[in-house]
Design a protein around this ligand. Structure first.
Ligand code: CP3
Length: 356
């Protein structure tokens, strides 16, 4: 059954139905650029406790929505909750980033990986989804998410953020079947995790493939895209009679956009290196597009931000099928007023593209 939303622009644009304005949200919209986020994180003590405490995760999810007229909320969590639930022991170390204390070193480690039950080990995520839905009270839709199997595997094998992905690439090129085994296990686990989010109340799903673009074309298709497609096929998109849209975002995958659109997803996320107008011409009849302003433009004065928003809207052109976003996450150094100028510019400048 369809739940009535006060603002359904985001879901309508994903379905390429008419909208009054282009909807907008920002990747990492709940994050360190907001002083209220830093205060809640301080209260939690550390990032993982923040993710694991549904009341606090709900609080930070809602913070950007209290400040700005955003068209969607995104669950506050992290893509690394799944490997943590598999026992790899996640810690977020200041100035290093996420670290796994028990990374994957051997085929034996892969074969022994457990399959977390989303309503057990990851119940804190589902509790957060249920609480956020209750608090949102139908104001805007809630996006659930997970990392792509490939992106999760890079952290699981490298043990932390990597510059060159030397360990996983050596493994992939030497014993590809072992990496396929890992990816297949992670893909099944991501699919069951995302289905649990849908059942808990997520109204759209996004898969973050931050590191897909570091692969060669053939390797991208075999080791990243194939597993995202498998997840798209496994999702319970008809839950409660709604069509739950799925957005796939592979950073740096501009050359393979046509292949991404062919997976059966509803929308493709674009990073800022891509030309949204050209991509719309190529695949806009098939899927919606999400993106794609360079997050660094938020460092510039408001007039420059507004100009860039105008350029991207003009490049996409008239009609629905565009969800405005940054081409990657907002960074901690951004002035919250600049983020506000960005969001207002999207709403104000886009109206002209949605009149008959
Ligand atoms: O978009 C949102 O507002 C929802 C929350 C969200 C976070 N991480 C919160 C977070 C989402 C969707 C993610 C996804 C995520 N996490 C990705 C994929 C998207 C991307 O940005 O490429 C990746 C690669 C991760 C892994 C991860 N988590 C890294 C590399 C880091 C450290 C870098 C950083 O920005 O500090 C994190 C920590 C993290 N995840 C923070 C937040 C708000 C910062 C934590 C803090 O210091 O408070």
């Amino acid at each position: 059954m369809n739940v009535t939303l006060k603002n359904d622009r985001f879901l309508r644009a994903l379905r390429r139905q008419a909208v009054d304005k282009t909807p907008v949200w920002m990747m990492r919209q709940a994050g360190r650029y907001l002083p209220e986020y830093r205060a809640t994180r301080e209260k939690a003590g550390d990032f993982i406790t923040l993710c694991q405490t549904p009341e606090l995760a709900c609080e930070v999810t809602l913070q950007p929505l209290e400040r700005y007229p955003l068209d969607a909320a995104i669950l506050f969590s992290d893509i690394l909750t799944i490997p943590d639930a598999m026992g790899l022991q996640l810690e977020l170390i200041e100035s290093v980033g996420p670290v796994f204390h028990k990374p994957i070193n051997s085929y034996n480690d892969i074969k022994q990986l457990p399959m977390p039950d989303p309503e057990q080990e990851l119940a804190y995520v589902m509790d957060a989804v249920r609480l956020i839905r209750k608090e949102l009270d139908g104001s805007v839709p809630l996006i659930g998410f997970a990392g792509s199997p490939w992106t999760l595997a890079t952290y699981m094998v490298e043990g932390r953020s990597s510059r060159d992905f030397g360990k996983i690439k050596k493994w992939l090129y030497s014993a590809p079947e072992e990496i396929h085994h890992l990816l297949s296990h992670v893909a099944n686990s991501v699919a069951s995790y995302l289905n649990a989010q849908i059942h808990a109340g997520a109204q759209a799903i996004m898969i973050f493939d931050t590191w897909g673009g570091t692969l060669t074309g053939p390797a991208y298709k075999a080791f990243s895209l194939a597993y995202m497609q498998q997840i798209v096929e496994q999702l319970d998109r008809g839950y409660l009679g709604d069509h739950i849209p799925v957005i796939l975002f592979s950073k740096g995958a501009g050359l393979w956009i046509v292949d991404i659109a062919a997976t059966g997803c509803d929308a493709v996320g674009l990073d800022w290196t891509q030309d949204i107008g050209l991509i719309r011409e190529a695949i806009g009849h098939q899927v919606a597009l999400q993106g794609n302003m360079d997050p660094a433009i938020l460092k510039a004065p408001s007039e420059r931000i507004r100009e860039e928003v105008g350029n991207i809207l003009a490049s996409f052109g008239k009609g629905s099928g565009h969800v405005f976003n940054l081409g990657h996450g907002i960074t901690p150094d951004i002035d919250p007023e600049h983020a506000g100028a960005f969001i207002n510019a999207v709403h104000e400048l886009s109206e002209q593209y949605h009149t008959d």
